[in-house]
Write a protein of this length. Sequence first.
Lengths: 310, 674
Amino acid sequence: MLKLLINRCCTALFVLFGSLLAVFSINYFLPTDVVDSLSASNASNPEIAENLRKELGLNQPFYTQFSHYIIGILHGDFGASAIDGEPVIDKIITQFPATLSLTLTSILIAMIVGLTLGVLAAVHQNTVIDYVARVIGLFGISMPTFWSGILLILIFSISLGWFPAMGSEGFSTLVLPSITLGLVGAGFIVRVVRNSMLEIISENFIQTLRAKGLSERMVIYRHALRNALIPAITIIGVIIGDFLGGTVVIETVFARKGIGRLVADAIIAKDLPIVQGVVFFTAIFYVVINLLVDISYSVIDPRIRRQIGR
Amino acid sequence: MGKPLLNVSELTVDFKTKRGLLTAISNISLTIKPSETVCIVGESGSGKSVTSKAIMRLIDDENGVISKGSIQLEDQDLNLLTKRDLNRIRGKKIAMIFQEPSSAFDPVFTIGDQIVETIVKHLKLSKKEAWQRGIELLKKVGLSEPVIRMKQYPNELSGGMLQRAMIAMALSCNPDLLIADEPTTALDVTIQSQIIELLNSLKKEFHMAVLLITHDLGVAAQLADRIVVMYAGTIVEEGKVEKIFSQPHHPYTSGLLQSIPKLDAKKETKLFSIEGTIPSLSNIPSGCRFHPRCPFATEKCRLESPPLKNIDGQQSACWHTSELINHENKFHDELQLGRTQETIPIQQEVTEQEPLFEVRELSKYYPIKHSHKTIKAVDHVSLKIYKGETFGLVGESGSGKSTFGRTLLQLEKPTDGEVLFDGQSLAAFNHRELRQKRREMQVIFQDPYGSLDPKWTIGSIIAEPLKTHLKKQSRKEILAAVKELMVKVGLEPEWIDRHPHEFSGGQRQRIGIARAMAANPSFVLADEAVSALDVSVQAQIINLLKELQQSSGLTYLFIGHNLNVVRHISDRIGVMYLGKIVEIASSEELFENPLHPYTSGLIKSIPSIETIGTHQIDTLKGEIPSPSDPPSGCAFRTRCPFATELCHKEVPTLKEYQTAHFAACHYAEKRKVD
Ligand SMILES: Nc1ncnc2c1ncn2[C@@H]1O[C@H](COP(=O)(O)OP(=O)(O)O)[C@@H](O)[C@H]1O
Ligand code: SF4
Ligand code: SF4
Ligand SMILES: [Mg+2]
């Protein structure tokens, strides 16, 4: 177990460093910078802009800027917004909870819907249930979130008035956005679970279980599902990555607070410190989730557990 | 003799397939009395498994339906039960074990969890009591350290151990009937013999009836009271085991029995084989389903289907049974005279003894991940294979036979040692020269399907070596050569454009042989080449291999685990254990006078149809140890009944005890019979 943790932490450092480097380079080599966006609004002259650049360290060579930044992070200093000077860390801390609750509820919805439909589809292969489940899955995967989000708003908010269409206060504002995002994940999970369930059901040991006199419920939910969960969990790690990207759209469509909105605005404003800070935090979040995925893996599959134990 | 426990009557099962409804078994009627062992035999595809699964109603969960018949267990018709009621019977009154122990347990639960689950379901015991009972059951089926085994996961146990655990689980609720579908087929002879012994003692102790399903008549002979012979989804013969084996009434049964290589059969006699193959379900012959393969078929047989008729308590479905037995065993003689008299002229004694292969101290070690140890798959093996002979190699799985074959042909680089082919060291050749040489050495594998590309036609499969090795150019020349080869191995030349999946196992093995022969080799390595085939087809392939050897002067290395088969085809046999050769002798000598205790153990493990019901109980104990951690001294000492202090300390070397009879045992001298 310790070995796994060390292994994961090394990978995590690598991922963090890599993503920071990538964001940094893109920003550095782009022809415009934050000063341009500031001066566009301030209509100031080029001299002031030049001074501003010097002040922000933007005219230093790439490696100097980058190493300053990294050293800053090591000291817990993520810099300040280039636009309003507020510390990056404060901005993230105020925005993060909204995104976290959105991601987690979406995952929860994706798992509940995906597992249920996937299992039902496999157990009732080639029946109406199967077809319906697969169509829902297909919708989830192929519908763009801004589209399905707007659709949900039209139906459940504007027509029926059940849930608010926007905002981030309270649980009710969470419902529509997390359904929108959750459906995407559910689509992937339905596919994977259906396929792995079908494979497991045709394995020899299922016959043994039936021959022992276990009820079909036990056979499917105690034995087959537990085996089928292994590939399902793998893709949850992938889906979470997707969701983090998805929040950018969702938070905009539903006018919610959150990291996604924050970073979208920052990108438009070329507010590099904010973008970097958000990237750093989402990367950490992503790594932690994947570590959890690995751990739950070994809880479910004893073969992996013993391997890790060694 | 009391009421039957199980009474199956006119059972018919259909499968819904893409090509429509196929009837897998029709009108199967059989009874099993309490404590009786009934054995269903027949070639694969004859419907044995479908019958057993139908009795358990496991067919419901596949694409099958029981379209007719009843399955009476005491006074209940299983076919009419609801799922719930059925689940009270399954595992409690009827338990079942399957062929592949390695895939029969759920991999994510411990053995203990799975046994306990069964006990808790049927007996009103607490989890703790059930766990205790599980430990006792594991002890009963002969598993060492049952407390630990309970907590282990299936992938941590060997096939033999898993099958024992499976039996323990099946017995956990004291069933009245145990259905065992090919319970020993996936196991080594030694382990098979242990499992037969176990079943034999348990069925007495538990007073249970057994329905055993096997394609191996030897196994049937060891366990059965009564035999049911199935062919193409119907029962063709049924009767007491002694009667069936001594005086079969149906030509199919008789054919099956004669296809088995006998211990006393002369080498040069061709093995008896039933011509052709079992028909597919979509193409069932009219009249008697066996008529296309039956040497006695008449017009009536082609038109009308024969019913089961009782003669002297033995039932047989054949129009001509009574004539055939009344003619004072004419039936038997005719089969014998008409077909098995044929011999394959044995080659002149290989007198000059010129070696084709000379193997010197050959070793192949595999590294183990995250460890300094190695697996010694082949460990300092020296032997010679003479020109024109068949050298047989036997031993349990894991003893290193296949690795030896691959390293011999340099398909894998040896760790150490040398192989001389025709006097030249193979290691000295460069890549191109080795390829040239390899043309002369061909391989036939166990699973012909896995080694034939499914997208190619068999014409192009066979033509490939012609093109690459013999540089034949013109299409006409190649076509002619391919057709000639097909005829030679017994395939119809018209089939040239068909694909491998259109052929049966035996035919695919013929394609594999034709491909090997296309390169015009001087040496063929046959690795378990007939192991996956039914006896009747196995006999056809062995005959073919022998004929090819005679006509083309081939040398064979024949690797197998069926000792009777290896004995029949080989001139000399080497016995391998944990990477080492422990005995080499001519095949007669080896069987008559084995010097190594491992060899005698292997020979005793063979289930023979000549010893009905007298199962050898002094067979090999235990299982082959892991080659990564072989015992000190003599590697066999952990299983050897004669092991002493000396065996513990010193490795015995391979020495010649009699002319051309080598053994590696400190006490071989004592066992010598002059
Ligand atoms: N689920 C199925 N669908 C279609 N055909 C099947 C199915 N199961 C078995 N069969 C066919 O039924 C026949 C009998 O099979 P089986 O009982 O397995 O034979 P055996 O056990 O004697 O080897 C075979 O031709 C096989 O292909
Ligand atoms: S009925 Fe005819 S074809 Fe069938 S087994 Fe008897 S003799 Fe042969
Ligand atoms: S050397 Fe000893 S342990 Fe090995 S086979 Fe001979 S008697 Fe048995
Ligand atoms: Mg079968």
